[in-house]
Design a protein around this ligand. Structure first.
Ligand code: ATP
Ligand code: MG
Length: 236
């Protein structure tokens, strides 16, 4: 499923945050959405999923206009937003969190529990644990597993490496590589720009709610200008 965002304007009250953002994610593509703090990355995702609706502009999934649809209808179409931070049902066990996610309506397209366990074998070991007691990396894994059980046709990942230890970031990289191979359409934001660009096909860099650069990921990764702009050092 492809996503097209065409000239959206989004406000928080009087504050005009997105000032005509346009981007597209082709079917099966992984696209990185980068920019400094406060550039509008999270707001772009919130606008796409209808949590902070755009006031004007167009958002389409394949050819279907979705900018006026409510969040639950978008979820039914296969749009899945994985917000940053700890968003799991903390008082439920891992097993219960996964069971709830598997109740979602898009059963035909969903990943089976078995397939999700193949991707995240640690979740089998953790099944009886209370989700609120998991580490940041384990919760990130659980959030991704939940999203896959819902049968996403496009995944929006907001800062998935936030707060993760380096070893877990490497795991996350492996999962992103699998999603790319499986042709799940992904839009990912990251403070860790080089990490995202390693797993993306293309990238956009936004500034003050507008797109400043757009290029293939390898080009952005190799550009001294872009690295300077994003304040990132030499790739490791
Ligand atoms: N709920 C809100 N109410 C008012 N202003 C907000 C709200 N959320 C975000 N903003 C403002 O909108 C702008 C864009 O914020 P956004 O969270 O989209 O940035 P971001 O690129 O995701 O930044 P970060 O890298 O820090 O996550 C910022 O100036 C921010 O202060
Ligand atoms: Mg953000």
């Amino acid at each position: 499923m492809s996503l097209t965002v065409d000239g959206i304007h989004t406000y928080y009250g009087q504050s005009h945050v997105l000032q005509g953002i346009s981007l597209n994610v082709g079917d099966g593509e992984t696209v990185a959405l980068l920019g400094r703090n406060g550039a509008g990355k999270t707001t772009t995702m919130r606008s796409i999923v209808g949590l902070t609706p755009a006031r004007s502009g167009s958002i389409r999934l394949d050819d279907k206009e979705i900018s006026r649809l409510q969040a639950y209808r978008l979820a039914r179409l296969g749009l899945s937003f994985v917000p940053s931070g700890r968003r799991v049902y903390g008082s439920l066990t891992v097993r219960q969190n996964l069971a709830l996610a598997a109740e979602r309506p898009r059963k035909e397209a969903a990943w089976s529990l078995e397939r999700v366990h193949d991707m995240f074998p640690n979740l089998v070991t953790l099944a009886g644990r209370q989700a609120g007691h998991l580490s940041g990396g384990e919760q990130q894994m659980l959030k991704l597993a939940r999203a896959l059980l819902g049968g996403p046709r496009i995944l929006l990942l907001d800062e998935p490496t936030e707060g993760l230890a380096p070893g877990i970031v490497a795991d996350l990289g492996r999962w992103l590589a699998i999603l790319r191979k499986e042709k799940v359409t992904v839009l990912i934001t990251e403070q860790n720009a080089l990490f995202a660009l390693r797993y993306a096909d293309r990238g956009y860099i936004i500034e003050k709610g507008t797109v400043r650069y757009e290029a293939p990921a390898a080009e952005l990764r190799d550009s001294a200008e872009i690295r300077r702009y994003l304040g990132v050092g030499v790739d490791t």
